[in-house]
Design a protein around this ligand. Sequence first.
Ligand code: HEC
Length: 159
Amino acid sequence: MSGFKGKVWLAAAAVCAAALSVPAVSHFDDKEMPQSYRQSYFALLAANFGPMVASVKGEVPWDQVKMENWANDLAALSTLDVMRGFVDGSDKGTTRAKPEIWQDKADFTSKMETLHTELASLQQVTAGGDREAIAKQVGAAGKACKSCHDEYKAENYLY
Ligand code: HEC
């Protein structure tokens, strides 16, 4: 594994490992609505992005129609206002969201916007059907997940 492809795999593998390490939790707790909202959002992201990563890695057979469906759903998810889930006062509770998010909301929001830009590209590139280009864009989107998680998501529940 070397060069560009190696990097794509690594980024993809890291995202996948992160997604897989999440234990099954039940979302939408009526006492913690914003926390549930954002966690459900991320669960949906992972449910669509995870299989794309697995396809790029060759762990599941490539199905172009499914790839396009996942990419379309990721682009659709980008239109939701996920920042609703990070409203002031929702920093505590059953959450892995670090307090730094509320200290620099602008930076956090811009990282979210970067993800949405990458997911819009992913939809376009996936529709094009070029597997090499799709792999590259999956890697780029995965980096957007990781760069936010590295800074703003804790490994374990915080409180
Ligand atoms: C701008 C920041 C940001 C980006 C971009 C981002 N995440 Fe996250 N993610 C978070 C934060 C913060 C949490 C913790 C939420 C909480 O526990 O309240 C989280 C939680 C998660 C969880 C756990 C959800 C649960 O069940 O509690 C998964 C899975 C996840 N993210 C996957 C992804 C994937 C896949 C991507 C990219 C396609 C992504 N995230 C992009 C910030 C981000």
